[in-house]
Design a binder for this molecule. Sequence first.
Ligand code: CA
Ligand code: CA
Length: 80
Amino acid sequence: MTFASRVDHLKNGGGHNGGNLLNDTTVHDDHAEDMLTGSAGDDWFLFNIDGDGGVKDKATDLATLESLFAEDIEWLNSGI
Ligand SMILES: [Ca+2]
Ligand SMILES: [Ca+2]
């Protein structure tokens, strides 16, 4: 299964994730600075990238593929 498919399942359901979703209903900014490290393998990062609407978080090892899928918490919470 591709990384894109796994991310899609986390966002929209399906696969091993079933109906457990990570979206603007289930993920919220904690308004605290966080340092995210994914280490080896492909990781889907959800964090406040630019600090808008809260406090900026940091990712220490965002690989090129991971950066294409990284989600800004503000975007996730834009409907709230
Ligand atoms: Ca945070
Ligand atoms: Ca990684």
